[in-house]
Design a protein around this ligand. Structure first.
Ligand SMILES: NC(=O)C1=CN([C@@H]2O[C@H](COP(=O)(O)OP(=O)(O)OC[C@H]3O[C@@H](n4cnc5c(N)ncnc54)[C@H](O)[C@@H]3O)[C@@H](O)[C@H]2O)C=CC1
Ligand SMILES: O=C([O-])CC(=O)C(=O)O
Length: 261
């Protein structure tokens, strides 16, 4: 596979290292990168032997097979549909884009029309397999996620002495208010009850150093309780290491004949 990358921050650099340097996706390479600033793209282009492009359209005209978005929800919305229109597969890190009903509907249509695929990795959480099974006969009743992060991983709460609940509400509202911090709630919504019925609580907690996500669900299947204590990425406390790993794992699994889960 020839891969294109939009966004050269922490997840992007992790992928360049893992795929182009460490060979963790045999037969595939990131051959095209786009960062908004040339001074970011140029040294990465040299180091990882991936051509830096000045805009995304130029990458879409090249012979890449799949585009990885590792930028922001806004960027995912700006570029995502054009990627699918151009006949390339798309992998979104910023799954929050899918909370926009127009974007989600158009993305679905384009995938069908152009016979391309949209990959939505599980990111910094898990349990999506359970929710999908639990809802196979519409038996899922409640789904919630409680996210607890250090204040440095959340906006506008750097000097907290005690834990503070920043948000309680639907996943649809959470991603509007915290587009950089709660993409996990949207992938959870997509696997289960949708973004209006998925409940979210976000807590800034000065006593934790990890990004902790507690997922709870009930339904005819029984009950689910799953807590992930995520190590943050070294250069970005906002992003969990598992989120970057899940992008790599999705790419490693997408063409396998035997599909697990
Ligand atoms: N699904 C999940 O569990 C998670 C998803 N995410 C999503 O992944 C994204 C990337 O995460 P990180 O790499 O840790 O963030 P980061 O902040 O380290 O890197 C993002 C990079 O994208 C660049 N960027 C922003 N807008 C752009 C645009 N329009 N075009 C090209 N580049 C652009 C920024 O300059 C930055 O270098 C986050 O913004 C978030 O939306 C992050 C963590 C978990
Ligand atoms: O990395 C995490 O723990 C979750 C996150 O930022 C997101 O879902 O946007």
């Amino acid at each position: 596979m020839r891969l294109g990358l939009i966004g050269c921050g922490n997840i992007g650099k992790f992928l360049l290292q893992a795929i182009n340097e460490d060979g963790l996706l045999p037969g595939s390479k990131i051959v095209a990168i786009y960062a908004r600033r040339e001074e970011i793209a140029a040294p990465l282009s040299d180091e990882f032997k991936a051509k830096a492009y000045g805009d995304v359209d130029a990458i879409l005209k090249s012979d890449v097979d799949l585009i990885i978005e590792a930028a922001t929800v806004e960027a995912a919305k700006d570029y995502g549909l054009n990627v699918l229109k151009s006949g390339k597969d798309l992998l979104l890190s910023s799954i929050g884009a899918m909370a926009d009903p127009d974007f989600a509907e158009n993305a679905n249509k384009l995938c069908q029309m152009n016979n391309v695929q949209l990959f939505l990795p599980s990111g910094a959480i898990g349990g999506l397999d359970i929710l999908k099974s639990a809802n196979a006969m519409n038996g899922l009743e409640t789904v919630s996620i409680t996210t607890r992060k250090p204040p440095s991983a959340l906006p506008a709460c750097s000097s907290l002495a005690n834990e503070k609940v920043l948000f309680v509400g639907s996943a649809a509202e959470a991603i509007k208010q915290f587009p950089r911090n709660i993409n996990v709630a949207i992938v959870l919504s997509l696997a289960g009850l949708g973004s209006e019925r998925t409940k979210v609580k976000i807590i800034a907690d000065p006593n934790v150093v990890k990004n902790i996500h507690l997922i709870e669900a009930t339904g005819s299947f029984g009950k689910l309780k799953l807590e992930v204590e995520n190590e943050p990425l070294p250069n970005n406390p906002k992003t969990s290491y598992l989120a970057a790993l899940s992008v790599l794992a999705t790419l490693q699994n997408n063409e396998k004949c035997v599909q697990i889960g």
